[in-house]
Design a protein around this ligand. Structure first.
Ligand SMILES: Cc1cc2nc3c(=O)[nH]c(=O)nc-3n(C[C@H](O)[C@H](O)[C@H](O)COP(=O)(O)O)c2cc1C
Ligand code: SF4
Length: 433
């Protein structure tokens, strides 16, 4: 089956078997080298696995880019009871669509990576938390877990080594906040999906009050490759501080949207104009959100950068999930930011006043401005609210709402002023003219 998103320049490691239905089955996965890394990891021993992952420089692909091996090393060495590895497959960030493809096409790649991770941190149980709307990918994962149990790869005495690791699929109910690690733990426990105050950190007291590590799907999918081929091989891709490959999920106004795997540090210009075929309908680029809706917007003139964690920060944004949202010159920033803000207002869990009240208030002002009923005082209020919503809450959903507001006000103020002074969208008017 032809997978719709391919480019000959890609370095396909995690996504090599996208579109290949046989790779979804255990037999097919084994034929492609599957589960050799799990056996090798157990032969290496727990500490050596953690050291190898540390040496690879693998950084979490769930958004924050925290070093995976270092995170694993936070787990207690002494076992005093059950401990857990949680797989975060909630993927509700607007713009993100990579994890669902990884689990849909290569469920055993994830299960193998999760088993290696669980073995390394001495977790007895892996919970794969999949967003509720991912019905078909979740079924694929459920089948793969069943195959793993039937073939001695999960459950008691895996691979005849005497090691027991259970694997359970858990479906969420489609709340964005349940992707935040501690909200996910609450949701898994059957509680309301609200983030917890840290400390305690999950490695001390996580799911069910026990030591827990949580990793993103893409992070864990990289692990079997690192174990099979070594940290030095992995470091052969990407940059010194951002090693390895990354799935870039590109959406918006490009000719060929899709998931493309490249080494970190790949030039944004090449991604947009070569791989994705340039801006749709021959239009001009207006802005890019490089890492999912939660990160600051870059104006077209800021987009000549490399896509690694450090370079994107230096440009004033963040790589996040590398979910690249492209906007052409017909895009009204007021409308786009209003839509994002409404999303955050809807998804706020309501625990923190700056977030609960701030997201709703910002959304109200944005609606007023878009309708042509705003004033310049509204812009000052937006800055004031966004400032007070940043760094003041339990989790960063509040900051995520403020980021596009602040960056769009700084870089696209004319869009706001057009609405305020002319009572209508200046961009729409220009597109009609
Ligand atoms: C509001 C919010 C939503 C999040 N959603 C996700 C998500 O859907 N998937 C994910 O992997 N991480 C998500 N994260 C990040 C997780 O909290 C956590 O950092 C991540 O799962 C850790 O995995 P990693 O170290 O492999 O990146 C979210 C964070 C916040 C604040
Ligand atoms: S910042 Fe918002 S989403 Fe996060 S805990 Fe507070 S109220 Fe809930």
């Amino acid at each position: 089956m032809a997978y719709p998103f391919r480019h000959e320049k890609e370095t396909r490691i995690l996504s090599e078997y996208f579109g290949d239905p046989e790779a979804r089955t255990l037999d097919g996965w084994k034929k492609r080298g599957g589960y050799q890394a799990l056996r090798k990891a157990i032969e290496m021993g727990r500490d050596a696995v953690i050291e190898e992952v540390k040496a690879s420089g693998l950084r979490g692909r769930g958004g924050a880019g925290f070093p995976t091996g270092v995170k694993w090393s936070f787990m207690p060495k002494e076992k005093t009871g059950p401990s857990y590895l949680l797989v975060n497959s909630d993927e509700s960030e607007p713009g993100a669509f990579k994890d669902r493809e990884l689990i849909r096409w290569t469920p055993h790649q994830l299960i193998e990576g999760a088993l290696i991770g669980a073995y390394a941190i001495q977790a007895d149980h892996v919970y794969i938390y999949v967003r509720g709307e991912f019905f078909e990918p979740a079924q694929v994962v459920a089948r793969a877990i069943e195959e793993a149990y039937q073939n001695g790869l999960a459950g008691k005495n895996i691979l005849g080594t005497g090691i027991d690791i259970d694997v359970t699929l858990h479906l969420g109910a489609g709340a964005y906040i349940c992707g935040e690690e501690t909200a996910l733990m609450n949701s898994l426990e059957g509680r309301r999906g609200q983030p917890r105050v840290k400390p305690p950190f999950p490695a001390v007291s996580g799911a069910f009050g026990r030591p827990t590590t949580i990793n993103n799907v893409e992070t864990l999918c990289a692990v079997p490759h690192i174990i099979n081929k070594g940290a030095a091989w992995y470091r052969g891709f990407g940059t010194e501080k951002s090693p390895g490959t990354k799935l870039f999920n590109v959406s918006g106004h490009v000719v060929r949207r899709g998931n493309y795997e490249f080494p970190l540090g790949f030039p944004m210009h090449e991604l947009l104009y070569d791989v994705c075929g340039g801006i749709r309908d021959g239009r001009k680029l207006k802005a890019v959100i490089p890492g999912g809706s939660s990160v600051p917007i870059l104006a077209a003139e800021e987009c000549d950068i490399n896509l690694d964690y450090e370079s994107v920060i230096a440009a004033g944004s963040m790589l996040g999930t590398a979910s690249v949202i492209v906007m052409d010159d017909r895009t009204c920033m007021v409308k786009q930011v209003r839509r994002m803000v409404e999303f955050y207002a809807h998804e706020s869990c309501g625990q923190c006043t700056p977030c609960r009240e701030g997201t709703a208030w910002v959304a109200k002002i944005m609606r007023r401005i878009e309708a042509g009923l705003g004033t310049e005082a509204d812009l000052e209020k937006l800055v004031d609210l966004s400032t007070n919503m940043t760094g003041t809450t339990i989790c960063v959903l509040s900051d995520s709402c403020a980021a596009p507001v602040m960056s769009s006000l700084k870089k696209f103020k004319d869009d706001y002023l057009g609405h305020i002074h002319h009572g209508a969208c200046p961009v729409a008017a220009a597109a009609v003219a």
